[in-house]
Write a protein that binds this ligand. Structure first.
Ligand SMILES: [Ca+2]
Ligand SMILES: [Ca+2]
Length: 350
């Protein structure tokens, strides 16, 4: 009912769940995939990113307003997970801590109402059941400014049931964990004695040591040469040619690493950053030395909802929609968001 408030660059879960039809609740089952991983083990899969100064943002033909102006930023050295956090790693965290993710808990009516336009009717209790947004591609072209055309809120969808309650993560141990809220990512990071990257750290790392290049691999167009990342091939969201070998998520490290030894900085899943998102942040002076992001979130497309930045694009990005695989592309979503194409990786101070 509120789909008119959704823009192509807003993935706020609350508005989306209001716009999407829910699935049927079913009994969840658990999968044991965490027997051999400890928090300490996750430290073995990090690479050292040497600190330095780079030019953040872009002003080329593809650059959006929130990527401008380009500005010099210095970051200290840090360690970064070489790949997105996997289902196996997240399962180990849940097994050790008993943590319950946001998508597995009922939705707060109070929080939902805060994000809806004043005067909105209260949601029916059936809309507050635990669940998450699952990619449900149509079989025909749809307007690309209406994300409710391909996102469906599915009751019972969660990291353990990424496609809905009838699915599980058996055999998907090396796939990135999804349906992870910002709070979930923070909780995992604390367990692993790590933290989420700042947006500046993320972009610096994604560049892989290259200077002023649009992609982690340099300048070659995504669609040229060999497949370089797990994105959408063909016409989004109804036709995927799978040129890169994957219609959905790919196991981490399925494509070449960038110059720092980091995998899937472009594509596969979007990755949470620590920062609040403010479209105007680059325009503000003084954010040049290990910037931590603004004090609060501001999205002009959806000013009622404070959001965090996400980076890197996902298996759903093409050059005709999103192009989030560009190293400078910024996206944002609300902290409680659960999406089938949103995960994270962590960093650690040197
Ligand atoms: Ca793909
Ligand atoms: Ca990624």
């Amino acid at each position: 009912m509120f789909s008119k408030h959704i823009t192509g660059w807003t993935l706020g879960m609350s508005l989306l769940l209001y716009a999407c039809k829910g699935g049927q609740p079913q009994q969840a089952t658990k999968d044991g995939t965490a027997d051999h991983i400890t928090a300490g083990d996750t430290l073995n899969h990090m690479v050292l990113i040497p600190g330095g100064t780079f030019t953040m943002g872009a002003d080329d033909a593809e650059a959006r307003n929130d990527e401008q102006p380009r500005h010099a930023v210095t970051v200290d050295s840090f360690w970064m997970d070489e790949h997105e956090v996997t289902n196996a790693e997240f399962a180990a965290f849940v097994k050790a801590t008993g943590y319950v993710t946001t998508a597995e808990k009922p939705i707060s009516k109070e929080e939902l109402m805060q994000q809806l336009p004043p005067g909105s009717p209260e949601p029916d209790s059936s809309m507050l059941l635990p669940g998450s947004l699952v990619f449900a591609p149509p079989s025909h072209p749809v307007p690309l400014d209406d994300v409710s055309q391909w996102w469906s809120f599915v009751t019972g969808a969660s990291w353990q049931h990424p496609g809905g309650p009838d699915t599980n993560i058996s055999g998907r141990e090396k796939l990135p964990v999804v349906h992870i809220s910002w709070d979930d990512a923070q909780a995992y990071a604390k367990w692993a004695d790590k933290r989420l990257p700042t947006e500046a750290e993320w972009e610096y790392a994604a560049r892989g040591g290259l200077k002023d290049q649009p992609y982690p691999w340099g300048t070659e167009a995504l669609t040229a040469g060999k497949a370089k990342a797990n994105t959408w091939n063909g016409h989004f969201p109804y036709l995927n040619t799978q040129r890169d070998g994957y219609s959905g998520l790919a196991p981490v490290k399925s494509f070449s690493a960038n110059g720092y030894g980091l995998y899937d900085m472009s594509g596969n899943v979007w990755e949470w950053c620590a920062d609040w998102y403010d479209s105007r942040y680059y325009q503000q002076p003084g954010n040049n030395n290990n910037p931590q992001g603004p004090a609060s979130g501001y999205d002009p497309d959806d000013p009622l909802t404070a959001k965090h930045t996400i980076r890197g694009g996902s298996f759903m990005c093409t050059d005709e929609y999103c192009s989030g695989y560009r190293v400078t592309a910024r996206m944002k979503t609300s902290p409680e968001s659960g999406l089938e194409n949103l995960g994270f990786r962590c960093v650690r101070n040197k």
